[in-house]
Design a protein around this ligand. Structure first.
Ligand code: ZN
Length: 255
């Protein structure tokens, strides 16, 4: 992490006073983690980049604090490591053919998509970041119907003003029968989704907090939705720093 850039970013979002407090907290936690990684035996490993050490870094941004979650080398979080392991070992991405639309591509998973030689990968985002191929809004996807074998979309729908419209567009560009839409979102404990009616600055600009009804909302847009079960043992989860049970859904377009 570049601390100066991090500080500037936090300062822009939360103001200088809060950013200074956050900086002290992050720096203190970082020094402690680095020391532990130097002198204590390796206990954790990142499946994405192969880094090994005693502990992952704490993640602190605004009000959000997650202990021992960020890989010091590739900056992946537990969620990325879960997705990476599933794509590589269970989904066997390297054997897939056809075309994949990767929405808001995760930096840490990019090498895996690149190494899938038989797949044509199109990276789409609304901002020119993370080496995207197409600048576009998911509410208006600039591709023809039934064009994609895979659509990949994680922690994106909560940031879109009209999520139904985006889901309709994803359904439109997904191939019928064989096409797979792999999706997840940040979800809160409560059953029902809370709509804010605006981009909530304190919540990463999210337009809503999805509740446990998220899969039903996806299904209502014309998908058969199935929760993915991960083939990771408790030991592997501990080793890979995966503490939360990610709810990720594999969807097919309903006729
Ligand atoms: Zn890593």
């Amino acid at each position: 992490m570049n601390f100066l850039n991090w500080y500037k970013e936090q300062s822009k979002k939360y103001g200088a006073a809060k950013a200074a407090k956050l900086f002290a907290r992050v720096y203190g936690a970082r020094v402690k983690s680095e020391l532990a990684n130097r002198i204590l035996p390796a206990k954790v490993e990142c499946p994405v980049c192969g880094w090994r050490g005693n502990r992952f870094y704490d993640y602190i941004e605004g009000e959000c604090f997650v202990a021992r979650v960020e890989c010091p080398q590739c900056l992946s979080h537990g969620r990325h490591r879960t997705l990476f392991s599933w794509l590589k070992n269970d989904y066997r991405l390297d054997e897939k053919t056809g075309a994949a639309l990767v929405c808001a591509p995760e930096r840490t998973i990019a090498p895996l998509w690149q190494s899938s030689a038989k797949l044509m990968v199109v990276k789409l985002d609304i901002e020119a970041v993370r080496g995207v191929d197409v600048l576009a809004d998911l509410q208006e996807i600039p591709f023809p119907d039934d064009a994609y074998d895979i659509v990949w979309c994680h922690h994106v729908l909560e940031q879109i003003p009209d999520d139904k419209k985006a889901l309709g567009e994803i359904r439109r560009v997904l191939k019928p029968e064989t096409g797979t839409f792999v999706v997840s979102s940040a979800m809160i404990e409560r059953e029902e989704t809370i709509e804010f009616g605006r981009a909530e600055v304190g919540l990463f600009g999210n337009w809503r907090s999805y509740g446990q009804d998220f899969p039903e909302k996806v299904a209502a847009s014309g998908f058969a939705v199935e929760k993915i079960e991960f083939n990771l043992s408790a030991q592997e989860k501990a080793k890979f720093g995966i503490f939360t049970d990610e709810k990720i859904y594999l969807c097919r377009k309903e006729a």
